[in-house]
Design a protein around this ligand. Structure first.
Ligand SMILES: [Zn+2]
Length: 433
C-alpha cells in the first residue's frame, strides 16, 4: 500500500503508465475541442462531438436542452436575455458492476469567451497550436484541456484494466462564462455525487474560496442637439461616465472591507468592477441621446447577489439625484447574466484530503489552496447540492485574453492526479474484457 491513497503500487503504476500512453491522443482530442468556436449560444456542435466520443466509450448517455422555465424558480438561477434554443448539456454516466466506492461528478464547461480582435493573436484563436510546451487557442485552457483531462483520466483507468467501483458522471455543461445555468440545470436534473470535481485552469491549486459575480446594464437617456448648441443638449455618454464613477466608489468601499473576509484580505483588490461593454450615440457631431454600459461586479462569499443589486441600485439612484441632468431622468438598471454567489470550501474535507494524496502519489508535490476572485460553477454543488467541490486544473496564461495557452506538462500532471484520485475515491474493480 502507498501512503495517502488506498491504491496498490501496481494499480498506481499501471494507471500512470496508461496516462502516458494516451497522452498524445489526449492533446489531439483537446485541439479537436478547441477547433469548435463554442461561444455562448453556439455550444451544440461540440456537445454533439462529445456525446459521440463518450458514447463510443460505453457511457450511458444523457443530453438535454436547458430551458429557462425549468430552472428559473431556483435561487441559483441567473436571468438571461439570450436564446437557449441551442443550449445543450451532455452527461455520460459510468456505472460499476457493484457500487462499492464513493460516487463522483467530473464537471467541465464547454462554452468559451469570444476571442477579441483576431489580428492580435499569433495564430487564429480556433486553430490550436502546440509551441514551446504550450497549447494555444481560445478556450484551450478555459477549459477544454480540462474536459479532455476528465475524459482521459477515466480512459487511463480502463486502459490499465480497471474501472471505477462507483458511479461517475462525466458532465459537459454550457453557459458557464455568463450565467452558470448549465451547472444548475444539471443539478436540478438530478446529478449528485459524493464529490464534485472540475479541472478549471487553477495552476494546480485547489480553490479554497471564490467570489460571487453579477452582471448588469445601465441605460442612460440624454437630449440630442447639434454640436453648435451643445449646451442645450444633454450628453448621455458623459452622464454614463459619471454614473460609472459613482460605482467606482462603491467598488473601493467593497475592497476596503476585505479585512472582514480573511481569505481575501491578502489580495489588494479582490472585488473588481469591470466596465465590459459600452454603446451609445449616433453621430459624431450630435450630442448623444443614449448610452448603455454593461458591467460585471463581484462579491465575497457569504454576501448575497441581492445585497449587491440593492447597493448598485441605490448607488446609481443617489448619483442620479445629485446630477442636475439626471435627477428627473434616472438611468435604468437591468440584471441579466450572472446573478451568482461565491463559496468557501472548508479545509479538511475527505474529498480534498484524497485529492492531495492523489497529487502527492502522482507528482510528488502538495496541492496548495488558492482564492479565486472570479466565478466558478463549483458554487452550484457547494451552495445548492451539499457536495464538496474540488476545482483543480492546469497552469495557464492569458485566459480570456490574447494568445490564451495551457501548459502541456501541467495538463499531464493534472491528468495523473485526477486518474489516481478517481481510482482512490471510487475504488477499482477489474474490467470485463
Ligand atoms: Zn472556465
Amino acid at each position: 500500500m502507498m501512503s495517502g491513497t488506498n491504491l496498490s503500487s501496481a494499480a498506481r503504476d499501471a494507471i500512470l503508465a496508461s496516462v502516458e500512453a494516451t497522452f498524445d491522443a489526449q492533446l489531439a482530442f483537446t485541439m479537436d475541442l478547441v477547433r469548435f468556436p463554442s461561444m455562448r449560444g453556439n455550444e451544440a456542435p461540440v456537445q454533439d462531438f462529445l456525446h459521440a466520443e463518450l458514447s463510443r466509450r460505453g457511457y450511458a448517455m444523457d443530453r438535454w436542452r436547458v430551458r429557462a422555465e425549468d430552472i428559473s424558480h431556483h435561487p441559483g438561477f441567473s436571468p438571461i436575455a439570450v436564446s437557449y434554443e441551442q443550449a445543450w448539456c451532455v452527461v455520460g454516466t459510468h456505472r460499476p458492476r457493484e457500487e462499492k466506492g464513493r460516487s463522483l461528478i467530473l464537471n467541465s464547461h464547454i462554452d468559451v469567451v469570444p476571442p477579441g480582435p483576431v489580428d492580435m493573436w499569433a495564430d487564429h484563436p480556433f486553430d490550436p497550436k502546440i509551441r514551446d510546451g504550450w497549447l494555444y487557442g481560445r478556450g484551450g485552457a478555459d477549459m477544454k484541456a480540462g474536459t479532455a483531462i476528465n475524459v482521459f483520466a477515466m480512459d487511463a483507468i480502463r486502459a490499465a484494466g480497471f474501472q471505477p467501483a462507483a458511479t461517475v458522471h462525466v458532465e459537459s455543461v454550457m453557459d458557464e462564462e455568463s450565467t452558470g445555468n448549465g451547472a444548475l440545470s444539471s443539478l436540478l436534473r438530478g446529478y449528485r455525487a459524493a464529490a464534485w470535481f472540475c479541472p478549471e485552469p487553477t495552476h494546480e491549486t485547489v480553490t479554497r474560496a471564490n467570489a460571487g459575480v453579477v452582471w448588469f446594464k445601465i441605460e442612460v437617456r440624454g437630449r440630442p442637439a447639434h454640436t453648435r448648441e451643445m449646451q442645450s443638449g444633454f450628453n448621455a455618454i458623459d452622464a454614463a461616465y459619471r454614473i460609472v464613477g459613482a460605482l467606482r466608489e462603491l467598488e473601493a468601499r467593497y475592497n476596503a472591507e476585505r479585512a472582514d473576509h480573511p481569505l481575501f484580505a491578502d489580495d489588494p483588490h479582490p472585488i473588481n468592477l469591470n466596465l465590459g461593454q459600452i454603446r451609445g450615440g449616433d453621430w459624431t457631431s450630435m450630442v448623444p441621446a443614449w448610452c448603455e454600459v454593461e458591467l460585471r461586479f463581484a462579491m465575497y462569499p457569504g454576501v448575497s447577489a441581492d445585497k449587491v443589486r440593492r447597493d448598485v441600485e441605490s448607488c446609481v439612484a443617489a448619483a442620479a439625484a445629485r446630477d442636475p441632468a439626471l435627477a428627473n431622468n434616472p438611468p435604468a438598471v437591468t440584471w441579466h447574466g450572472f446573478f451568482c454567489e461565491g463559496f468557501e470550501l472548508k479545509p479538511g474535507s475527505e474529498a480534498e484530503i484524497a485529492l492531495n494524496a492523489a497529487g502527492m502519489a502522482a507528482n510528488s508535490r502538495p496541492i496548495e489552496g488558492q482564492i479565486m476572485p472570479a466565478y466558478l460553477d463549483a458554487r452550484v454543488p457547494m451552495l445548492y447540492g451539499g457536495m464538496p467541490a474540488l476545482v483543480y486544473g492546469p497552469v495557464s496564461r492569458e485566459v480570456h485574453g490574447i494568445d490564451e495557452r495551457c501548459d502541456v506538462e501541467s495538463i499531464r500532471r493534472c491528468t495523473r492526479t485526477l486518474a489516481l484520485f478517481i481510482a482512490d475515491w471510487c475504488g477499482l474493480e477489474p474490467i470485463e474484457r
